[in-house]
Design a protein around this ligand. Structure first.
Ligand code: HAX
Length: 441
């Protein structure tokens, strides 16, 4: 890991020098105009964050350091006899900006295994919660309890020089990625498997060991976990979880505090919780209609009823994407290969055929196409994981890769406290009355 860390810092030093030059020559060049509507619309479309590790194209979907999801599935190293990428390889790509070798990935897998110990108080803290607490609440509580282990917080307390921040942040980031699957699996086993012990095997890769700790050993489930933990890792900087980690980290809160904050955002139904909402929506539809394979006509009617009740159709729509999410398509390919006859999975495909027209007909939904969350749950149900309240925790484990890589970059580049300006409606009115064209607010 020492070599990877050195390589990371060399890349970051070079990038920092380039950014310094760029700011010297173009620091005052305006990026874009912001409209009054955007102030009221959740800042949609305002480019205001630099995030080096991934970029979302509205039509092509997410690109990690320039590589699309299909390219990652082809080019990232795989486990022996594995057909899906190892998520450790994506972490390397996000950190270093280059595709890893099989050996690089092995180094990361071994490092993660060696850093995976969890202090006993973390489990005890989770145990203090009632069993009915949502898995995301239990997960975040565990992460908060783990904050006692932060190397950055200790170094800051001891007076570390700001030029060195990146080093303990890097160490915390790798530690945190190593440990989150254990907390997640502990929550799952506590809530759904009568407290079954974590049957970890440190010789396995990160995703396979996680699957094993959750009690799944089917080789196809291991492939699914590798795919799942790869495709959910990042979605550029502005989505709620990534942005929250970035924002909180900018106050020099350590990686544990920052990640826990981001996970609280992921737990919202308009963001990561949508994966549980999709399966809940399908289960309720199946129950109401008395069939596990509703027809397209039935799906259309059920979708119209959902909209008429003033609810969103989960898994559809996006703040940036304007086409079907390639992460949805990657999961669809997986489904076609491993479980083409599964009724739950077929229902997801029938929804894909039926729902966009209904959403499009409303005339207001900018993207009627499915996002990542429309598909993921059905694949898990196929393997027997029906406890849909747990799905967002799986998403969170994957998201650790992206937000931690990004946090390493933010501290290595010396990004400052994030502090946008806000305004009141009266302030906007006064500015308009004074003649807005005279200049910016
Ligand atoms: N069902 C019903 N209405 C929807 C909708 C959906 N799937 N998607 C958008 N709309 C509505 C919005 O609520 C909004 O309505 P109002 O004008 O009445 O407020 C209108 O259409 C315009 O919204 P938009 O501009 O198209 O979309 P936004 O950028 O505002 O919102 C969301 C993007 C993802 C929040 C939205 O599409 C949504 O609520 N989708 C369902 C929940 C979901 O799947 N979330 C997961 C998104 C991906 C992700 O983060 N995964 O983790």
């Amino acid at each position: 890991m020492i070599e990877i860390k050195k390589k990371f810092y060399a890349k970051a030093e070079q990038a920092a020098a380039e950014i310094k030059d760029l700011l010297k020559t173009n620091g005052q060049t305006p990026v874009e105009m912001v409209t009054v509507s955007q102030l009221y619309q959740g800042m949609r479309g305002i480019t205001s964050i630099v995030s080096e590790v991934s970029l979302l194209d509205p039509l092509e979907g997410i690109k990690f350091r320039g590589y699309t999801i299909p390219e990652l599935r082809e080019k990232l190293p795989k486990a022996d006899q594995g057909s899906e990428p190892l998520p450790e390889g994506l972490f390397y790509l996000m950190l270093i900006g280059e595709l890893p070798t099989q050996e690089d990935v092995k180094v990361i897998s071994e490092q993660l295994a060696s850093r995976s110990e969890i202090p006993e108080h973390v489990y005890k803290t989770i145990d203090a919660l009632p069993m009915h607490a949502h898995p995301m609440t239990q997960f975040v509580t565990g992460i908060m309890a783990l904050q006692t282990e932060s190397k950055f917080a200790k170094a800051y307390g001891a007076g570390i020089n700001k030029k060195e921040y990146w080093d303990p942040i890097f160490e915390d980031a790798v530690d945190l990625i190593a440990k989150v699957p254990y907390i997640a699996a502990y929550v799952y086993n506590r809530k759904y498997r009568n407290g079954a012990p974590l049957n970890s095997d440190k010789s396995l890769d990160w995703a396979a060991n996680f699957a094993q700790m959750l009690g799944y050993s089917d080789p196809d489930f291991l492939k699914l976990m590798r795919l799942y933990l790869t495709i959910h890792a990042d979605h550029e900087g502005g989505n709620v979880s990534a942005h929250t980690v970035h924002l909180v980290g900018s106050a020099l809160s350590d990686p544990y505090l920052s990640f826990a904050a981001g996970m609280n955002g992921l737990a919202g139904p308009l963001h990561g919780l949508a994966n549980q909402e999709v399966v809940k929506w399908i289960f309720e539809m199946q129950e109401k209609l008395g069939t596990d394979l509703p027809t397209k006509e039935q799906i259309v009617q059920y979708t119209k009823d959902t909209l008429a009740a003033g609810k969103v159709v989960p898994g559809y729509g996006h703040g940036v994407l304007r086409r079907t999410d390639p992460r949805f398509l990657a999961q669809m390919e997986f489904g076609k290969e491993y479980m083409p006859d599964d009724h739950m999975v077929q229902t997801v495909w029938n929804i894909f055929e039926a729902v966009p027209d209904v959403l499009g007909a409303t005339g207001k939904i900018k993207n009627p196409w499915p996002n990542v969350d429309a598909h993921s749950g059905a694949l898990l149900v196929h393997f027997g994981m029906k406890e849909y309240e747990f799905y967002t925790v799986l998403f969170g484990v994957s998201r650790a890769l992206g937000v931690m890589a990004n946090m390493c970059w933010s501290r290595a580049l010396g990004f400052p406290l994030e502090r946008p300006k806000s305004i009141t409606t009266n302030g906007i009115k006064e500015w308009l009355a004074a003649g807005a064209e005279q200049g910016a607010i």
